[in-house]
Ligand binder design. Sequence first.
Ligand code: SF4
Ligand code: SF4
Ligand code: FES
Length: 378
Amino acid sequence: MPDYTLKIRRYDPESGDAAYWQDFTVDLAPERSVLDGILRARDQEDGSLSIRCSCQAAICGSCGVRINGKSALACNTKLSDAAERAQRGGINNEATSNGAIVVEPMGNMPVLKDLIVDMDAVHWKKIQRVVPWLLPEGEPPEREYIVDAEAMIDVTQSMACIQCGACVSACLSMEVDPEFIGPAALAKAYRFVGDPRDAHHEDRLRDLAEDPHGIYDCTHCFACIEVCPKDVAPMSQIMRLRRRATGDYAIKDSNNGYGHEKAFVDIVERWGTLHEAQLLPRSFGDGSLVKGQTRPAAVKQLIDSAPAALRGLARGKVSPRKVLIHPKLPDQKEVRRIYEEIEGRDERIELNLYIVGEEGEGGADDKEPVQGESGAES
Ligand code: SF4
Ligand code: SF4
Ligand code: FES
């Protein structure tokens, strides 16, 4: 059986020492998991090596770590695949891998010991933030609530979450803004916004749209989709929350989410391409050219952003000509046709499209390119 070297991040708060790297070599079959390797190292070399785990079958969600820089379940990652990735490089941390499988605790959460992070301090706190239970109204039915199968299918993807925290660990927005509600909690929020038994869809959406760390704090980076072991696609759930907030309830939030979407759609409709100089000012307010921008809050934001615009002018990134003149696409009729076709539909079609991984990649922890249509949103 081949030997695999695991380079593991160690940290013991009681020792008073800083975190450090330690190598362990384990002799296991290639199809065994990284978790098997860690448990073997603990059994044979150092009983103090700490990791949380239970089911060892990608069900309980407790063994989340970062393997070669990527958040994953240790029990769901084969040693052979992890070693191959380590050989290919791409490790984005201070450890020099030299072909070893680098295992670290998850990101965006405080480390308690070795590979164990404080899920209560971040992940579970954020889940609680979105009121993760059903809020029906009126007298409950004598027997059970009857719900259309189609409506439940709509929330099945978000219900598949095993609360492992891998998406939280990978979230780039959360690195910048630790207050961001984050992918797992927002996917959980969609589970109730999409449930016809819940009577507070609009309240929930308004709350998440108005929160400066809410649905508009996501930068659309796809990292959560890429790492999720259950294909919950948290970013897609966040985009669905946004579409519900703007399209179904026309919630004009103070974070400019509504204005930005409207500005984007209107600009492309008028010019055929994105007129970036118009996007920022129109996004403040309600997305319209004059009316929205003259609101007091929008005027203040415009004034606040003036120094950045002036810096752009001084450095040649923005020119007065580009600001004032933006050429239209030659075939405006085709642009108009696309808009009419979409606007003429009776119901919104939700395209749940995402592609992850690289061409030619394989392995258990690489997802195949996925292209799916989740059907009409209920
Ligand atoms: S897509 Fe949004 S929620 Fe997901 S990791 Fe990126 S910033 Fe975070
Ligand atoms: S959405 Fe996916 S990655 Fe995030 S906690 Fe749930 S199962 Fe884990
Ligand atoms: S041990 Fe349960 S998901 Fe890995």
